[in-house]
Design a protein around this ligand. Structure first.
Ligand SMILES: [Mg+2]
Length: 316
């Protein structure tokens, strides 16, 4: 390690509070976790790259990047119905300004891990002649056999969405609020057949869940929860999408789509409005045996709904 790195690591370790889940805390060659009794371990990893997922600047300081990097991984834990336990963060810092960036990142990481009751259990810091890269590995836990999957939706299930969708580029794509508390609450009280989080677009992620389940879906367009940001965005000069289009196809909402038996979906609706479900919960349609997505208009007219959203492109 370079002197600067040693100094940084010492500074960092001083700022990580002790946690009973860690038998060996950060600072050793590896961390040792005490897994919660009678629970399965859920693991997810995600990587954010400057220039692709964010651009550092006045609207996006390092602290916001630290928040987002952890938040998107916690959203994946929520989509599995699991409880966040620990995160590991690997960063590649640009050589210029790396120290200030690292300290900002840590602020963002520590505030969101504290908010969701998980611990920063380890990581790695490198620097290079390139943009900032942040990779987060998140560890969650769930009772045996209870993890939500994408492939369990059944014809007749109702499709439930948390919150509202669209227009996240106006700011919510950075200030991501992963639905962890909501997921833990729902998992412990209601039957959920399948789940996914909306990272790339409501219609695209719904189609992924339906494909995994070998089912299709009818989406009642009038019921799709449209975020105020989607309405604001569609009014911007040059924007050609309707608020509904934004809600169906914008990425990074990080809401949950759940396929639930009708009784469970209605019971969940009845429980909404009080903590920790103090956000809109909406039934947007139902699962069908016929594959593909169908959009149903207010007057009952049905047309094919093409899944749209953000897809990472790469060449072969
Ligand atoms: Mg996901």
């Amino acid at each position: 390690m370079t002197p600067v790195e040693t100094e940084f690591v010492t500074w960092l370790l001083d700022r990580i509070p002790a946690d009973p889940r860690l038998e060996v805390p950060p600072g050793d060659d590896a961390a040792v976790l005490r897994p919660p009794a009678m629970r399965r371990t859920v693991v997810t990893v995600d990587m954010l790259t400057e220039g692709v997922d964010f651009i550092l600047g006045p609207d996006c300081p390092p602290r916001a990047v630290g928040h987002k990097a952890v938040a998107v991984s916690l959203s994946d834990l929520a989509a599995m119905g699991s409880r966040p336990e620990a995160v590991f963060v690997a960063v590649c810092l640009p050589q210029t300004g790396g120290d200030v960036i690292a300290r900002g990142l840590l602020e963002g990481i520590q505030s969101i891990t504290a908010e969701h009751g998980c611990t920063l259990a380890g990581g790695d810091t490198n620097s290079w002649d390139g943009p900032l890269v942040v990779s987060v590995t998140a560890i969650g836990s769930v009772p045996p056999g209870r993890a939500w999957r994408r492939d369990g939706a059944q014809p007749g299930d109702l499709l439930v969405v948390t919150g509202a969708c669209g227009g996240s580029l106006l700011g919510r794509h950075l200030a991501v609020q992963p639905r962890c508390r909501e997921a833990i609450f729902i998992e412990s009280r209601f039957e959920v057949h399948a789940a996914i989080d909306v990272s790339d677009g409501l219609s695209l992620d719904l189609s992924r869940m339906m494909q995994a389940s070998a089912t299709g879906a009818v989406v009642r367009l009038a019921n799709v929860p449209i975020h105020a940001d989607a309405r604001r965005m569609s009014l911007l000069p040059g924007d050609t999408k309707s608020p509904l289009d934004h809600a169906l196809s914008d990425g990074e909402d990080f809401e949950l789509i759940l396929a639930m038996p009708p009784d469970a979906a209605h019971a969940l609706m009845a429980a909404a409005g009080q903590a920790p479900l103090d956000l809109p919960i909406t039934i947007i349609g139902e699962v069908t045996a016929e594959p593909g997505l169908i959009a149903e208009d207010v007057d009952g007219t049905r047309t094919a709904l093409a899944p749209r959203g953000y897809v990472h492109a790469f060449n072969s």
